[in-house]
Design a protein around this ligand. Sequence first.
Ligand SMILES: [Zn+2]
Length: 48
Amino acid sequence: MVKKTSILNGVRCRRCGTNRGVIRAYGLDICRRCFRDVGTDLHFKKYT
Ligand SMILES: [Zn+2]
């Protein structure tokens, strides 16, 4: 069996492709930086 997940759980930002600080909650699968861009639409508060 060969796993395709070479990084963590294969979690990557679907916007910029980074695997750091990726938020999987709400099915976003985006990093915190991109989250700020799209997060405003969702009316979220600051992510701490
Ligand atoms: Zn990103």
